[in-house]
Structure formats: C-alpha cells, structure tokens
Write a protein that binds this ligand. Structure first.
Ligand code: ADP
Ligand code: ZN
Length: 728
C-alpha cells in the first residue's frame, strides 16, 4: 500500500501530495489523517497522510518509505480533512497551511508530542520599553529580532523555544529574560445551577429553532439586548445532549464573555471544554485532548474553536454573529461563519446565529428566506430598552464643555448620588490622539507609517498604534523649537484625568488595551465593577460587548463620531452595532436605563436609528445605499493588496495585476483601482489595493489562484488576497 502525504515544508510553494510506501511494520497502525515523518530531498520532514491506497503497478520511479508515525493520538478525521480542503479553497492557502491553521500550536511543534512539564517558559522584556523602542529604531540588521521585540512590546507571549537563533542572542545580550509560568489547568468547582425556566417569548423562539435540530439549516436569532438569548442556547444544548449529540458555541472574545462561560459551567459542569488563544499551552492541550477523546459535549471558544475536533455535532451556535472578531485578519483570512456552515452541513445540524444587531449580510439572507428568522423583540422580565438622547456637541463647545456635556454631567451626578453605576464609552485610547505645534503647524507622525502618533501620558511617549514605534515627547516642537505643543483629540487616558477632576468623589476604572495587558486583568476589572468597587467604568469598545451589570443605569458615549468618520462603507453599520450594544448595557434590571450619545452630527441618520433603537429602519436605509453603490450584500467583494518596500515597484506591479484581472475576469465584474490603501504606508511598506465587486463570475476562482501563484516566491512584492474583506 502507499500513502499520499501533505508535506510540512515551505508551505506556500508546495500544494500537492507525495506518494510514500507504507513499510510493513506500519501497515496495521497507519491511518488516514495521521502525522508522519517522511524523507523529503535530503531532509526528514513532517507530513499528514491524506489518503491510503493500493500501490499503482505502473510507477516508473522508486518510492521512498514513511519513516515513522509522529503522533498516534492525533488523527485528523474525514471531517477535519474535508474542512482543511474547504479552508484552502476559500482563502487560497495551501492545504498543509490549512491544516496548520486548524491545529493548536502545541501539536504542531516538531518532535514534541505532549509537553507535560509543569511550567511553560516564556520570554519578556528585561529593559524598559523605551530602551527597547530605541534599540529597534537603531538596529537595522535583524528583522527577526525586531519582530520579537515588537511582539513583546505589545505584550504578546513568546515561548522560549520558539525564539530561534536571533532571538536567543537577544537573551544573551540581556534585552529579554526568561519567565516561567505555572500551567494553570482549568478546573471548575462552582456550584451547579439550572437553566432558568424560559419565558413565554423565549419558549416560542426555542420551539421554533428546535424544529430544525437534525437538519442543516442556518437560523438567525435576532433578539434585542437582554432578551435572554443565552438561556435559549443552553436549553437547545440540553436537547442536543439528550439526543447523544454535541454542541459548539463560538463567541467573539472569551476574556469579555467570562460571565457567559461561567453560566455554562454552572449548568453543564465538566461537559464543557473551553478553547481560545489566551489559554496557556498546557490548558489548550488538556482541552484539546478532552475534545479529541470525546469526553465533552460542549465546546465554547473563539474563532479558532471552529476547528476543534468535536464529533457528532447536533448544533453550532455563533453568538454576537455581527462581531468582526470572527474574521481572521492574517493569512489565511477565513471567516468563522463559512467554516461553521461547512461543519453544520457535514454534520447535518443547524447553525444558529445570534445577535441584537445582525450584520447586513445575515439579515438580508434571513429576509430572503435563505436563513430562517426567529425574533425576540422584548427584554426578559420587566426591564425595558433604555431611553437614548443625542447631545449636539457643537453647542456644548460654545458652552466650553469640550468633553462632557452639561446633560451628561447632570446625569452622572444623579447616578452617583443614587449609588447606581455608569459606563462611559470612548473608542480611542491614549491621552491625546494628535499632537501639533501651534506655532509652525508641525504634527508628530510615525516615522514608519502614514499616521499621526498618539500621546500616552503615563509613559510620556508618543506611540504608533500600528507598528509600535515610540518617541519620547520633548517640551518643545522638534521643528521650530518653540514651547507651543498642543494636545488635540481625546483619548481614554485624558478622559480619565478629566473625569477625576470633574467628579472627585467618583471611583473610576479604565478598561482599554493599555490597562488590560496582563492575563486575567479583564476579569478583574469586570468583577470589581460588578461588585460595586467602582462607580464609573470608562473604556474603549471592549466595554460594549455582552456584559451584564444590573446596577448600570446610565451609559454615555463620549464621541459617537470617531467610528462614524472612518472612510469605509461599513462604518455606519459598525457605528450602529457599537452604539446599540453599548446602549444595551444600560438598565438591564428593573430600573429604566438611560443612554446619552454625544456627537457633532446630531442629524446623522444612523444616530437617529440608534436613538430610536430601530434596527429595521437602519437596515432598510442602509440596504438602499448598498444597492446604489454596489456593495455587499448586493455584491461580493475581493480585496487584493499589492505591497512593497519599493514604492515604484508596488505601483508598477499593482497596474500589472489590474491588467491581468481585466484580461481574465468576466466583463460584468467591476474592477476598482489600483489605489493607495487607506493606510498607505505601514512599517515602511507601501500598499496599493484593487477591489473586485462581483455577483457571479465563473472565472474568478481560477484567476485569483493563478494570480496568487505568480507572486508566491516573490521577495520584493507581496500580494494578499482577501475574500469578503471586512475593511477596504
Ligand atoms: P442577551 O444575550 O439576549 O443580551 P442574556 O442572555 O444576557 O441576554 O439575558 C439577560 C438577563 O436576563 C440575564 O441576566 C439572564 O440571566 C436573565 N434571564 C434570561 N432568561 C431568563 C429567564 N427565563 N428567567 C429569568 N431570568 C432570565
Ligand atoms: Zn508606525
């Protein structure tokens, strides 16, 4: 017999299988889906067996033999192998790259099956961040070192064993140091609780969805914030488990949904496995093993959990379906929804999408009957949707209230006096988002990127939120040397200072990327706030999602225009979702909640819909615009990015790409560009982009594959294709 093997080597260039002889001592043991070691050229490499078949009689050359089985435990079953093919087809990545994306990192590590040590050894910075930034700016040689340091600056975790030789030299130089972190294994010890008895509205929705168990169907559960979607998910899962099947629940972000996860643990206990990227390797391994062995009935996780090998699925649920976290923004750029659909179809089970603000694509499909639509239009119990008021900030500026309008001030005082809680949303971190000189007009910009730097007061530095570059702020303007720097643009850090000045008695806590770098810090902030240790929670969009704080009766949106003004066709949709979700945090118990939205565009249609909490009105209006401009859901998009360190080369190749597309695609497909990408220069790389709009083009797949191949080995020009991009 012979085995067809996908090789783990130079993954983008080779996308075909190689045949190997199965030696007699492996004949019995070797199965399709196993990881094996095979000779390739002069090397021994890893690979996955994707097929086993009789040896053809007409092979002219001699086949090499499989050396050994790498891992008897890990076997990709038929579903996983098909899913890998599908992922590769959707995103144009190679099949082996697809498999690597699907497997958790510790199972990919060469020659090491299961690391059972008690500690993971990571590296962290050993010198101050500013010194590191200086080192990065001055050290032009090692790209790899720069990468490592930049990741560490962003507080990303790097395992010591993944450092490579240039990383090791950073250790020797003392720029970074080792830290051991004890593997904390997930053990649930909480008390057991029952699912709430469903209300009448919930029961009705539940019964409707239940009809589709045992069929492949996509169902949208459109339920306003606080309508009790979670309890419906749990009741459905109980039914699925009763039928000896399993459930997969995908959530946008685990750190922010610990409350939901806790609820599932209470009801289902050890039946639940959780899976997401901020687990330690040991935790991941534990959970993956439990899933693989079939020990759990429910997997809850973020987008990568869609690839966990849970068998016999009876339902897949995507909560907060509209969330952009479900799209992976690095290669391979897959959307969780596509992967989930594939698995639901494979398992012949329903896919349930839940949201209070469904994406336009999803709602359009539900309206057309492609998806089934189930609606919950009231909150659970007696609580009503909050009342929303828009405040015109242009008027407030005249009254010299640049940050907090007089109305919002009054409301904050009122809540503080009643001992109720307040959430304030400002979708920009840092202190000041633009620093300019009043004398000469100089503006601090990133030396590597096409963007202004944000001032962070706590470190007295100006930072680029794209590449991590950082400059120490001086007292005088670097251009004209006058002491006339002006700090414009409001960030969360400055707002916190202002709030402390305005409300000295209030206990205020800030939650944004800068205050949540440590593991567990999200949970700590959320729990402290929930327990009433603070009066005001202030933060970026991370505070708008899925949180349930019964004592919050006021939500303030400091500047609704930040997201509205981003030049992207989805900015209205994003703003509507963000503000509606934020508003949904208010008044979740018996006290009526209030929401104050501050804006310079009080007449804006999207904001008007938010004020009325009218999703349908927003949907109908926005759909007309999309239709007029040929955008999704009426057209599909593909974004093609051509980038290079060399401006001329990037621009030349972009034109070539366009000509290639015009020659090869159908005439009815719209080709836009090349234009400079919305962030033209990032990390000193120039980026051009071409957008395709199409409804149906039978030549598209092949043309894109062909195009991708042309640039595979190119060291100077990168080509990236994004199918259904979220941002253009
Ligand atoms: P959603 O996800 O739709 O925003 P949640 O599932 O968070 O809503 O539910 C809102 C609140 O209502 C939660 O505090 C939840 O515990 C409570 N709740 C949901 N269903 C019921 C029910 N049937 N009986 C009592 N309380 C419920
Ligand atoms: Zn930058």
């Amino acid at each position: 017999m012979i085995a067809e093997v996908l090789i783990e080597y130079n993954t983008k260039n080779i996308d075909k299988t190689f045949s190997y002889l199965i030696p007699s001592f492996l004949e019995k043991e070797l199965k399709k889906g196993m990881k094996v070691k095979v000779p390739f050229g002069k090397k021994l490499v890893n690979g996955f067996v994707v097929d086993i078949k009789p040896k053809p009689t007409d092979i002219a050359y001699e086949l090499k033999e499989i050396k050994k089985i790498e891992d008897k435990f890990l076997v990709l079953d038929d579903e996983m192998l098909c899913l890998a093919d599908y992922l590769s087809k959707m995103t144009l990545c190679s099949r082996i790259a697809a498999i690597q994306t699907m497997l958790p990192s510790n199972l990919k590590v060469k020659d090491k099956k299961y690391n059972l040590e008690k500690y993971d050894t990571y590296v962290t910075l050993n010198i101050s961040k500013d010194k590191v930034r200086e080192y990065i700016l001055n050290n032009k040689r090692s790209v790899k070192q720069k990468e490592i340091l930049t990741s560490l600056l962003k507080e990303e975790k790097i395992l010591k064993k993944d450092l490579g030789s240039s990383g090791k030299s950073l250790l020797e130089k003392g720029l970074i140091k080792e830290v051991k972190e004890q593997k904390y294994r997930i053990v649930y010890t909480g008390e057991k609780k029952e699912v709430h008895t469903l209300t009448e509205a919930q029961s009705k929705a539940y019964e409707e969805i239940k009809k589709y168990l045992n069929t492949y169907e996509t169902i949208l559960l459109y339920g306003v914030t606080g309508s009790g979607k979670t309890e419906i998910y749990m009741t459905l899962m109980q039914e699925v488990i009763k039928n000896k099947k399993k459930a997969l629940l995908l959530v946008p972000e685990i750190t922010l949904t610990t409350q939901i996860v806790k609820r599932f643990y209470e009801v289902f206990g050890r039946e639940v496995a959780i899976f997401h990227s901020s687990l330690s390797l040991g935790e991941k391994q534990d959970e993956y093993e439990r899933i693989l062995k079939g020990e759990v009935s429910i997997v809850i996780g973020t987008r990568s959990a869609v690839f966990t090998p849970i068998k016999d699925l009876g339902i897949i649920i995507i909560d907060e379906e509209h969330s952009e976290n479900f799209k992976q923004e690095t290669m391979p750029r897959y959307h969780t929804l596509d992967m989930a659909k594939f698995r639901a179809q494979y398992n012949n089970c329903p896919l349930l999408l839940g949201s209070a603000t469904p994406s336009l694509e999803t709602m359009a499909r539900a309206q057309k009957g492609v998806y089934k639509l189930v609606t919950l239009d009231k909150r659970v119990g007696s609580s009503l949707l909050p009342e929303v008021t828009l405040v015109d900030m242009a008027m407030e500026m005249r009254k010299r209230n640049p940050y907090i309008s007089s109305l919002l001030q009054t409301k904050i005082y009122d809540r503080l006096s009643k001992n109720e809680q307040i959430i304030l949303l400002l979708n920009r971190r840092g202190f000041s988002t633009i620093v300019t000189c009043q004398n000469c007009g100089y503006t601090y910009k990133c030396p590597n990127c096409d963007i202004s730097l944000t001032y962070h007061k706590s470190s007295n530095s100006l930072r680029c939120h794209y590449c991590g570059a950082s400059i120490i702020k001086s007292d005088e303007c670097p251009a004209c040397h006058e002491k006339s720097l002006n700090f414009l643009g409001l960030g969360t850090e400055k707002l916190e200072t202002e709030l402390k000045r305005m409300f000295p008695i209030a206990r205020i806590i800030r939650m944004d990327v800068d205050t949540t770098t440590l593991k567990g810090s999200h949970e700590r902030i959320i729990n402290d706030f929930k327990e009433g240790k603070y009066d005001i929670l202030l933060g970026t969009q991370m505070i708008s999602k899925g949180l349930d704080f019964p004592k919050v009766t006021l939500v303030g949106v400091i500047n609704a225009d930040t997201s509205l003004n981003i030049p992207d066709f989805r900015s209205s949709e994003r703003t509507f979702a963000l503000l509606t979700q934020a508003a949904g945090r208010s008044g979740r118990s018996s006290t009526l909640g209030e929401v104050i939205i501050q804006t310079f565009n009080p007449d804006n249609f999207t904001l008007e819909c938010v004020r009325k909490q009218d999703y349908n009105k927003f949907y109908n209006y926005e759909m007309q615009i999309r239709k007029k401009l040929s955008y999704p859901p009426y057209y599909y998009l593909v974004s093609i990015r051509i980038s290079s360190k060399d401006y001329d080369k990037a621009s030349r190749e972009a034109l070539k790409v366009k000509n290639f597309l015009s020659r090869n695609l159908e005439d009815k497909t719209i080709i836009l560009g090349p234009t400079t990408a919305s962030l033209f220069r990032v990390n000193n790389i120039y980026r051009f982009q071409i957008i395709l709009k199409y409804q149906y083009d039978k030549k598209l797949d092949n043309t894109l594959r062909e195009l991708d191949k042309r640039y595979v080995g190119d060291k100077d020009v990168y080509l990236e294709i994004d199918n259904n991009p979220l941002h253009i």
